[in-house]
Design a protein around this ligand. Structure first.
Ligand SMILES: [Zn+2]
Length: 165
């Protein structure tokens, strides 16, 4: 997979974000204050193992997205796209995936991500990533458990033969 569409598919798979969350993450500026800042912008914590934890803290309705874990290089490439929106980018990514397998779609990427995470992470951690959690839990993880989670993330993908480092 090459080019912008390949990158978008990869970011979808490795981040497990919903489509509207991907658009939100693209549009939102990054904040440089990484020491417990509560502003509305993205806070990207880079880990030495090539993984970034992106604090998103976005909710609308009953859907909540506190943070995601993704390879730093894929996140940076995604943020460097000259533009990104549902149409044409996500639409094109859908079409691209359909040419590979008509049964696949972005929701599948999200499920694949969740399944991969479940191979290594504790169900509670994977659930936080996939579905959000109560604010207190998310903050607890943000403060204390993120190193561990970034390691689990790498190990999860390794189980499928994908070396992120
Ligand atoms: Zn901030």
């Amino acid at each position: 997979m090459n080019g912008e569409i390949g990158l978008i598919v990869k970011f979808g798979l490795f981040s497990g974000l919903r489509e509207d969350e991907m658009v939100y993450v693209y549009d939102r500026p990054e904040c440089n204050n990484l020491s417990g800042c509560y502003c509305n912008n993205l806070h990207a914590l880079q880990k030495p193992n090539g993984i970034s934890i992106i604090l998103i803290q976005w909710h609308r309705g009953h859907k909540k997205c506190y943070f995601t874990i993704t390879p730093t290089s894929i996140f940076e490439d995604f943020k460097s796209l000259t533009s990104f929106s549902y149409s044409p980018h996500i639409k094109s990514a859908h079409s691209y995936i359909k040419t590979k397998d008509a049964t696949l779609n972005f929701m599948w990427l999200r499920k694949a991500h969740y399944n991969v995470m479940c191979k290594k992470m504790k169900p509670f951690e994977a659930n936080i990533l996939a579905w959000g959690a109560k604010t207190v839990d998310a903050k607890h993880y943000a403060m204390y458990e993120l190193d561990l989670m970034s390691k689990s993330y790498v190990e999860s993908w390794l189980k499928f033969g994908i070396n992120i480092n």
